[in-house]
Design a protein around this ligand. Structure first.
Ligand SMILES: [Zn+2]
Ligand SMILES: [Zn+2]
Length: 366
C-alpha cells in the first residue's frame, strides 16, 4: 500500500532542556474515525513547559502542544461526524461515549481513552520516515494534526482563534473544576491558588457561578493585580502565614479551594485554608510519584475533602455553548488572558515570555 503523506512543519522537542526545533515532517491521511486539522492558534501551557525542561518525561522526538484551535481539512470517511471547513477546539481527552464513565457523564475518565490514542501507523514521521511522538496524541505545535473525531468540538468561528484555543486546556480545566467538580454556588467563599491560565479561568467561573468571596492567591503581585480584573474580590500574596491572613478575609476558611500550580506544597495549602466541610480541588499536574500531605485532624474532624479534577472533569461538547454565551455577555474574558502573541517560528520566545511574572497565556498563531 502506498501512503500519501503531506509535508508540514512542526516544532519538535529532540532533547529535554534544549528548546524546540522547527523541522520538516510528514503527516498521514486521517483514518476512519479521525479528522485532519490545519492549526490556527495554540496556547503555550505549563504542562508543555514541564516536558521541555524535563520535569515530566516524554518519549523523544516529540511534538508538544495540546491547547489548540484549527480548521478541519480532511475527514477519514464519507459518513464523518464533522465537516471539512469546520472550526474546532481540540480536547486532550478523547472519549468513546459508550463506557460506564462516558455514560455517567465523566468523559475525561473514559476507560478507552488510551485505546483511542492507539493507531495502526504513525501520524507523523521525520525526513527519514521514522515516527515522531505526539503529546496526548495531539501534537498541536505543528501546521496540521490528526485527532479522533471525538477529540474535536466545533466552535463559533467568530471568536478569534488566538482566544478560542484557550478553551481546549486552561478554560476547560478552570471552568470545569468550578462548575462540574466543585459545584460552586452563591453561598460559597472560594480561593484559587495560582493565577496563571487555569487559575484565572477558575476565578472567572467562580464569579459567573456567583461565589460570595473569591480570594486569588499567588507568589507574584503582578498576577494578583490581574486576578482582580478577572473577578477576584480579594488577593493574597502566598506566604507561610497564609492561613492567618485568610482568616481576616474569610473567618474559618473557604468553602471551595482550587490549586492551579502543580506542587505538593500548594496542594497542601489548598487543603489547609478550607473551612469545615470544605473541598479542595487539585488541578495542577505533578511529577509521577508526588505525595500530597494533609493534616489528619483537619480532614477527619472537620469533614474536609480533597479531590482531583483531571482537565476540570470538563464536558466540552456541553460546556462550549455555555462558554460562548458567557464570552458574548462579557462575563468570560478570553482576550485579556492572552498576554503575548507569537508567530509559530517564535515558539521558543513564547515559552520564555511565559516565565514572566505577569504572563497568563502566550499564544502562537499561524
Ligand atoms: Zn494544558
Ligand atoms: Zn468512554
Amino acid at each position: 500500500m502506498t501512503l500519501t503523506r503531506t509535508p508540514i512543519r512542526a516544532a519538535v522537542l529532540t532533547r529535554a532542556g534544549s528548546g524546540l526545533e522547527i523541522q520538516d515532517l510528514h503527516i498521514d491521511e486521517p483514518l476512519p474515525g479521525e479528522v485532519r486539522v490545519r492549526t490556527l492558534a495554540a496556547g503555550l501551557c505549563h504542562s508543555d513547559l514541564h516536558y521541555i525542561d524535563g520535569t515530566l518525561a516524554i518519549e523523544l522526538p516529540a511534538v508538544l502542544g495540546h491547547e489548540v484551535v484549527g480548521e478541519i481539512v480532511a475527514v477519514g470517511e464519507a459518513k464523518a461526524r464533522h465537516r471539512i471547513g469546520e472550526r474546532v477546539v481540540i480536547t486532550i481527552s478523547p472519549s468513546c461515549g459508550l463506557c460506564s464513565s462516558c455514560v455517567a457523564g465523566r468523559a475525561t475518565q473514559c476507560e478507552r481513552s488510551g485505546e483511542l490514542r492507539q493507531r495502526e501507523r504513525p501520524k507523523l514521521t521525520d525526513a527519514r520516515g521514522a515516527p515522531v511522538n505526539l503529546l496526548g496524541s495531539i501534537g498541536g505545535f505543528a501546521e496540521e494534526l490528526i485527532v479522533r473525531e471525538s477529540a474535536v468540538v466545533p466552535i463559533d468561528p467568530a471568536i478569534p482563534a488566538r482566544e478560542a484555543c484557550l478553551i481546549g486546556c486552561c478554560i476547560a480545566t478552570g471552568f470545569g473544576a468550578v462548575v462540574h467538580a466543585a459545584g460552586v454556588s452563591p453561598l460559597d467563599a472560594v480561593a484559587v491558588i495560582g493565577c496563571g491560565g487555569v487559575g484565572v479561568a477558575a476565578i472567572q467561573a467562580a464569579k459567573i457561578a456567583g461565589a460570595r468571596i473569591i480570594v486569588a492567591i499567588d507568589v507574584h503581585q503582578a498576577k494578583l493585580d490581574r486576578a482582580r480584573s478577572f473577578g477576584a474580590s480579594h488577593t493574597l500574596l502566598s506566604t507561610d502565614g497564609l492561613r492567618d491572613e485568610l482568616e481576616l478575609i474569610c473567618p474559618g476558611g473557604v468553602d471551595k479551594s482550587f490549586e492551579a500550580v502543580g506542587s505538593p506544597h500548594t496542594a497542601a495549602q489548598a487543603f489547609e485554608i478550607l473551612a469545615r466541610n470544605g473541598t479542595a480541588t487539585i488541578l495542577g499536574l505533578e511529577k509521577p510519584g508526588s505525595r500530597i500531605s494533609v493534616d489528619a485532624e483537619l480532614l477527619i474532624e472537620g469533614d474536609r475533602k480533597i479531590r482531583g479534577a483531571y482537565m476540570g472533569t470538563n464536558q466540552l461538547p456541553r460546556d462550549i455553548p455555555a462558554l460562548i454565551s458567557h464570552h458574548r455577555s462579557g462575563a468570560l474574558l478570553l482576550d485579556r488572558m492572552v498576554t503575548s502573541r507569537w508567530r509559530f517560528e517564535e515558539i521558543n520566545e513564547g515559552f520564555e515570555a511565559m516565565k514572566q511574572a505577569d504572563s497568563i497565556r502566550a499564544v502562537i498563531e499561524w
